[in-house]
Ligand binder design. Structure first.
Ligand SMILES: Cc1ncc(COP(=O)(O)O)c(C=O)c1O
Length: 375
């Protein structure tokens, strides 16, 4: 029997039609490696532009690490202003998403509810766990663009166990109204957890942690991947009532964080680490304002959403040609045009001053060429 036949006969039904995740880096791996001297500029995964040195203590690397290393849990609890038993640390916020689905959704019958356009992993994780996905698209209303459609989120309640709300929302950069979030939490008080994904919270000043104290069915997701400049570390946090954390501990792997990850995370969360993070956030936001100003002045570019994270979404009729031009010059941004309501939209992660300058130089050059060729 060939391996293809073997797999066709034996693969789990819900896995058969899934496709491996196309990470931002994997998408452009070949283009980045072409052997000219240009250094690739990565502006497609909302990563930080700079990295920091950390110390590693290898003396205990012969031992298995703690499942929930005390130094990381206590540092994050202090940073977030919650108690230690309200914190779970995992392999990125992505693992937090999966643990919530595995712990709270019955395969086949239950659903998660998502509000596209939004972060892709909620739906991907649900599908890998054979859990249904209900979608209630964001709407434009008098509270702003890309707001929660509260009436339809409530109408879709049947068999929903998790409602994912991304704030700031990736990729639109908008913030959902707090009142809407509270209405949804109250509606789902007996039946579902409302998961507020705050991966980009350090770039804005509207955290939802106070809702955690008010409502038992609220969960907040956090990460060191964005403002803390540690996407390569894979370290994220789930904040919730201690009883919810206890359930998640039933489904987490015995050793989710390697010892070096715990060492580095604790340093990133030290007083010095927090100071550095805040300085980097200030620099990125400063850079982002300048980037937005120039982009907004280019005729064929229409800014979409808002910029409460470290990224900018825009629409252009020349989406494919602009992507190709940038890829040719090894500058990688993210195509978001397959998401609902985001036809012809691209997303740029705000980089360093030099990276942004190079990006703007290329974009300006691109539109000059368009103008000349359309004459
Ligand atoms: C909204 C959102 N949540 C979660 C994540 C994943 O975070 P982590 O790197 O901690 O898994 C991302 C990464 O891009 C994101 O944009």
């Amino acid at each position: 029997m060939s391996i293809t036949t073997f797999i066709a006969n034996n693969i789990a039904k819900h896995v058969k039609d899934l496709v491996p995740y196309a990470s931002a880096r994997r998408l452009f791996a070949a283009s980045a490696q072409s052997n000219d001297s240009q250094v690739p500029i990565w502006l497609n995964a909302n990563e930080a532009p700079t990295s920091t040195q950390y110390e590693l203590d290898t003396s205990l690397y012969n031992r298995y690490p703690d499942c929930q290393p005390e130094k990381v849990i206590s540092a994050y609890a202090q940073y977030a202003g919650v108690s230690k038993d309200q914190v779970l640390v995992s392999r990125g916020a992505d693992e937090g998403i999966e643990l919530l689905i595995r712990a709270f959704c019955n395969p086949v019958t239950d659903h998660v509810l998502i509000c596209p356009p939004t972060y892709g992993m909620y739906a991907i994780s649900a599908r890998t766990c054979n859990v249904g996905v209900k979608t209630v698209p964001l709407i434009n209303n008098d509270l702003g663009d890309f707001q929660l459609d509260v009436a339809n989120i409530i109408a879709a309640s049947a068999n929903v166990k998790l409602v994912f709300i991304c704030a700031p929302n990736n990729p639109t950069g908008t913030l959902p109204s707090r009142l809407d979030i509270e209405t949804i939490i109250q509606h789902y008080a007996q039946t579902a957890l409302v998961v507020i994904d705050e991966a980009y919270i350090e770039f804005t000043d509207e955290p939802h942690l106070s809702l955690l104290a008010q409502y038992p069915n609220v969960v907040v997701l956090r990460t060191l991947s964005k403002a803390f400049a540690l996407a390569g570390l894979r370290c994220g946090f789930t904040l919730a009532q201690p009883d919810i954390i206890h359930e998640l501990l039933k489904v987490i792997a015995p050793y989710p964080l390697s010892a070096p990850v715990a060492d580095i995370a604790a340093q990133a969360l030290s007083a010095q680490g927090l100071r550095r993070m805040r300085e980097q956030v200030t620099t990125i936001l400063h850079e982002q304002v300048a980037l937005v100003d120039v982009l907004a002045s280019i005729g064929d570019i229409e800014l979409v959403g808002a910029q409460t994270g470290n990224f900018i979404l825009f629409r252009t009729m020349h989406k494919d040609a602009l992507m190709q031009f940038l890829v040719h010059h090894k500058v990688f941004i993210r195509d978001q045009s397959k998401q609902q309501q985001l036809e012809n939209c691209l997303r740029i992660s705000t980089g360093s001053a030099a990276e942004n300058a190079r990006l703007l130089e290329l974009i300006t050059q691109f539109y000059q060429i368009q103008e000349v060729t359309s004459l």
